[in-house]
Write a protein that binds this ligand. Sequence first.
Ligand code: ZN
Length: 185
Amino acid sequence: MSLPPFRTPIKHCRNCGEAVAYRVPDDGDTRVRAVCPACDTIHYENPLNVVGTVPHWGDQVLLCKRNIEPRWGKWTLPAGFMELGESAAEGAARETDEEAGAKFEMGELLSVLSVPRVGQVHMYWLAKLLSDRFEPGTETIEARLFTEDEIPWDEIAFKTVYETLKCYFADRRAGRFAVHVIDIT
Ligand code: ZN
């Protein structure tokens, strides 16, 4: 039996509260899942979506210094887990507002990054800043603008953010933006 290593195993059925067992369901499935022996509910676990933006101002981008674990003190783009009831772009805009307190207009999708090791898909949209004043929330120590040369590449919190920033500046130099689909292995 192999469980995804990055999730805490489910202990109890969310339908009836009985202790679940991890096994391959009897319906032709091929994967091990948490199955309730009392009410037969199968608890499917699927990747989570992380949504964010690349806020840009002239030749600069906005980065946030993380005030939360993991990677406390490292720099990131504003991003977070998508919530139920919102679209992906709405989630990206919400995170940008919450983490940076920025005024911006949403632009086109820039990157879609799969991270199978942690069961996540990350998506970043371009966001045109309307002001260079920010009011970072409690999850951010500092929000500030960086030119490409100023970016602390060794202090970027996540590979997905690093790759997205590289895509942004490459597209910017090329004078056209595209959607980049990347697997982080
Ligand atoms: Zn149950």
